[in-house]
Design a protein around this ligand. Sequence first.
Ligand SMILES: Cc1ncc(C[n+]2csc(CCOP(=O)(O)OP(=O)(O)O)c2C)c(N)n1
Ligand SMILES: [Mg+2]
Length: 284
Amino acid sequence: MTVESRSFAASNTSLALRAWNIRRKALLMGEVQGQGYIGQALGVADVLAASYFHALNYDPKDPEWEGRDRFLLSIGHYAIALYAVLMEAGILPEDELETYGMDDSRMPMSGMASYTPGMEITGGSLGHGLGIAVGMALGLKRKNSPAFVYNLMSDGELGEGSTWEAVMSGVQHKLDNLICLVDFNDQQADGKSTAALAQGDELAKWQAFGWHAQRVDGNDLDAVVAAFDTARASSHPGPRVIIFDTTMCKGVDFLETREITHFVRVEADEWAKALAVLEEGKPQ
Ligand SMILES: Cc1ncc(C[n+]2csc(CCOP(=O)(O)OP(=O)(O)O)c2C)c(N)n1
Ligand SMILES: [Mg+2]
């Protein structure tokens, strides 16, 4: 199958500004509900900006265009972050922001494919995204599609056996069109991921399984962009992973320095304060 390229990623808006816009939209949605996985959204915003405004090939007017790169949100609880970038990319209309989490909204608090344009899978049951991505990448390869499949997963999912079955099958099927993105924020429901299971050297582990692997600072946009470029350009005859070390709540200092948990509580009066702090750091 040959498909034309529809790259809408090029724009004069800098990636830093895109990431800032993603953080702002996520905070605005959090304010609507008085809650949300805001620590994760602020932490992963740079990775999402580089994904949607540097790496991915897609058509915002036609989210189901057959030639698109697929972006799978394995971590359904990060939906607030994906909605923010889907709005920024023009796939979701911005005027739906205020419906976040409400009955009949297209933006439920956990990501669901049947509700939201641009949400490729229903990923809230953790540990399944990479397996689905393997299947999609295999199918696209069989159709001779040039599209990539990106799977965004969390460090908590690295402790699930289903992830490692998918890791092996990706190698077995030589899926050089599969790029796994790991948001390594060193946090999961019960505390630090590095304290939950003996993880060892994550980078060496993925390499030992046969993946092309990189580990970079996920809040350094230049490093993030370079890692995407390297992953796509590599001639490695198998799948690629980029492990992004990220800081939860990045960009809002009084939240960054708060004792971090899986669910960062933001008091009613703190949403406006968080937006004001973010405003001070707006890129030119
Ligand atoms: C299979 C499964 N088990 C448990 C949960 C409950 N759960 C929701 S989020 C979460 C934390 C997982 O770790 P991670 O995604 O790294 O958390 P975060 O970085 O968002 O704190 C858990 C255990 C789930 N959604 N699915
Ligand atoms: Mg985590």
